[in-house]
Design a protein around this ligand. Structure first.
Ligand code: AMP
Ligand code: MG
Length: 332
């Protein structure tokens, strides 16, 4: 069975084609195009949606060509139902509906956060029942499967970690995405500067830290030291919550997902934590870590095979689609 997935929750429009081979995810093609906000700005939802509308048809053609298949080979069309920015979600859903109707193939709206977890399970051999540390621009959640659902064990109380890095980056004049640039600067940092470490129960807050970091800039502290301190503090908090979720659920696998999972220092911290617990550490390849269509396609396939059905009439989007509202009928 072959599924075409359309991702469009925020800045990325992505098309992925995947095939189910003996229950494993085989990626036929996975192409993305990223909207970049104008210098100094954040994502403008309508501009991002216009970007997606401009490129989605070409990306679909490109994905079919790269996969070396015909349109008639597609068995299912999946799209990112949420959570995300309304105009972006609607654009991806509209493309999915048009494709589903014109090919006369079923449609499936999927949860973006769950897709980040399932693509790890589908493509990494030993990854079976992980705790996912999902760190992206807007989302920061620690997710694991428990009693029939993907539960959120901890999450940000204010902004996502990627957003925190991007906001600080913008403050010091960097272009979006700022995470990779902050990572480079942090490598040159030498002195740790105290920053608020806000863990409340299993949840994390970043906005106080962001304000404190901006204060350091005003007071003339070295940018490299500030970047280093931001990374050390936020990543330690994320690792701490992830470790406690692993202890609580008695799981011995940790999976990273989301754009911030590309960060070497975060990987190192989580990997060290996993090793100290005799747990397995997994991180998908870069193109499957960031927002992409293949993960949407794969989750659509899993849902369809487990008997879930949708039609165009009820293929609504849901900007606030919570991870723990998904009925996980494809797992025991
Ligand atoms: P996503 O929303 O999952 O596509 O991820 C985008 C976010 O990942 C943006 O906030 C980027 O700044 C951030 N990001 C990408 N690469 C890195 C990196 N190497 N280190 C830290 N953050 C990163
Ligand atoms: Mg994402």
């Amino acid at each position: 069975m072959i599924c075409l997935g359309i991702e469009g929750t925020a800045h990325t429009i992505g098309i992925g084609l995947v095939e189910d081979i003996n229950g494993r995810c085989h990626i036929l093609s996975n192409v993305i195009k990223i909207y970049k906000p104008k210098h100094g700005g954040g994502i403008h939802p309508r501009e991002a949606a216009n970007h997606h509308a401009t490129y989605v048809a070409d990306l679909i053609k490109e994905s079919i060509k790269k996969a070396d298949i015909e349109y008639a080979d597609i068995d299912l069309v999946a799209f990112s139902k949420g959570p995300g920015l309304g105009p972006c979600l609607r654009t991806a859903a509209t493309a999915a509906r048009a494709l589903s109707l014109s090919l006369n193939k079923p449609i499936m709206g999927v949860n973006h956060c769950v897709a980040h977890l399932e693509i790890g399970r589908g493509t990494i051999e030993k990854c079976r029942d992980p705790v996912l540390l999902y760190v992206s621009g807007a989302n920061t959640q620690v997710i694991a499967f428990a009693e029939g659902k993907y539960r959120v064990f901890g999450e940000t109380l204010d902004i996502g970690i990627g957003n925190c890095l991007d906001k600080f980056g913008r403050y010091i004049g960097l272009d979006f995405p700022c995470g990779p640039k902050i990572e480079k600067l942090a490598e040159k940092g030498k002195q740790y500067l105290e920053l608020p470490y806000s863990i409340k129960g299993m949840d994390i807050a970043f906005s106080g830290l962001l304000t404190a970091a901006e204060q350091y800039v005003k007071h003339g502290k070295k940018i490299e030291d500030i970047c280093y301190s931001i990374q050390e503090t936020t990543f330690a908090a994320l690792t701490e919550v992830t470790e406690r979720a692993m202890a609580h659920t008695e799981k011995d696998e940790v999976l990273l997902g989301g754009g911030v999972a590309c960060n070497k220092r975060l990987r190192e911290m989580v990997k060290t934590m996993a090793q100290e617990r005799d747990a397995h550490f997994f991180v998908p390849s870069h193109d499957l870590c960031v927002d992409n269509g293949a993960m949407i396609a794969w989750l659509g396939l899993l849902m369809y095979k487990s008997g879930i059905r949708m039609n165009v009439e009820n293929s609504h989007i849901d900007q606030r689609f919570r991870t723990d509202r998904v009925d996980v009928s494809w797992r025991d």
